[in-house]
Design a protein around this ligand. Structure first.
Ligand code: CP
Ligand code: NVA
Length: 304
């Protein structure tokens, strides 16, 4: 059975921490771990970071990445997910999938005989979470002493962030309007991971309380890919945008994170996004470093 990465908990806490350490210490290194291997990337949604960083990651490991847009595949004309997974498993050494439904991804992975990686679904974004944890680790050695506060829509990025923080023992706060909180199943997952790690998972609605004493403020877009821009949702989210006033309530050396793409003036003020406490571009670069280690772990030749 191949090893997949469809959600944060598909790697253990130990594997996740080892991956982050390796990503930090191997930055910029090349190897032949994927020599002679081709990885497929099936995307049904747009992407800048995920597509480019996985393509470069495969190249720097001596392999090749093949981009497959769903709309140009027979999948887009009704070929089944199962048939596609079976056929591509015969050619490829692994597949990164960005799609809408987590169920479709799981269906593909259930049939695939090569590793499958979640490149974002409506429910989760675990590769983003790996890069987020790597970036947090670069600023704080003691993860158990860190408070990470997420503001805005309780979306895919929030789900994977609270999971990975809970897994490694951090204090994580999801601060959202009540009706936009991360789903109950995601909070339950995070609390279960927290039981083992000693993490604290809070879901609250008051942004001032969430920002107090935080080491990291994190936000994401208010309308994720595939969602309709409903004006009422924007109005509900306005009190949760990150600006200098919110940042002033956090620790003086607090860092600001965003998975990107960002909408300056919506979920994050331009002067915060482009200010000295922002680490969003480091976070984006770390996608490459963290994913190289993920590819090595799931698809790599151990001897290389
Ligand atoms: N953060 C992220 O996944 O960016 P892309 O949508 O550009 O891949
Ligand atoms: N929540 C956003 C993340 C983009 C990387 C989306 O799904 O569009």
């Amino acid at each position: 059975m191949p090893r997949h990465y469809l959600k944060v908990s598909d790697l253990t806490r130990e594997e996740t921490l080892a991956l982050i350490d390796a990503a930090i210490s191997h930055k910029g290194e090349r190897s032949a771990a994927l020599a002679g291997k081709v990885m497929g990337m099936i995307f049904s949604k747009p992407s800048t970071r995920t597509r480019a960083s996985f393509t470069v990651a495969a190249y720097e490991l001596g392999g090749h990445a093949m981009f497959l847009s769903e709309s140009e595949m027979q999948l887009g004309r009704g070929e089944t997910i199962e048939d596609t997974a079976r056929i591509l498993s015969g050619y490829l050494s692994g597949v990164v999938i960005r799609t809408f439904s987590q169920r479709d991804l799981e269906q593909f992975a259930a049939v695939a005989t090569v590793p499958v990686i979640n490149g974002l679904t409506d429910e989760r974004h675990p590769c983003q979470a790996l890069s987020d944890l790597m970036t947090i680790s670069e600023h704080h050695e003691d993860l158990a002493a860190v408070k990470v506060a997420y503001f805005g829509d309780g979306n895919n990025v929030a789900v994977s962030l609270i999971n990975i923080c809970a897994m490694v023992g951090a204090h994580v706060v999801a601060c959202t309007p009540p009706e936009l909180a991360p789903p109950d199943w995601a909070v339950a997952e995070a609390r279960k991971l927290a039981e083992a790690s000693g993490a604290t998972v809070e879901v609250i609605t008051d942004p001032l309380e969430a920002a107090q004493g935080a080491d990291f403020l994190y936000t994401d877009v208010w309308f994720s890919m595939g969602q309709q821009k409903v004006p009422e949702k924007k109005t509900r989210l306005e009190p949760y945008h990150i600006d200098t006033r919110l940042l002033s309530l956090a620790k003086p050396d607090c860092k600001v994170m965003h998975c990107l793409p960002a909408h300056r003036g919506e979920e994050i003020a331009a002067d915060v996004m482009d200010g000295p406490q922002s680490i969003v571009f480091q976070q984006a670069e770390n996608r490459l470093h963290a994913q190289k280690e993920l590819l090595k772990l799931l698809m790599g030749d151990a001897k290389a």
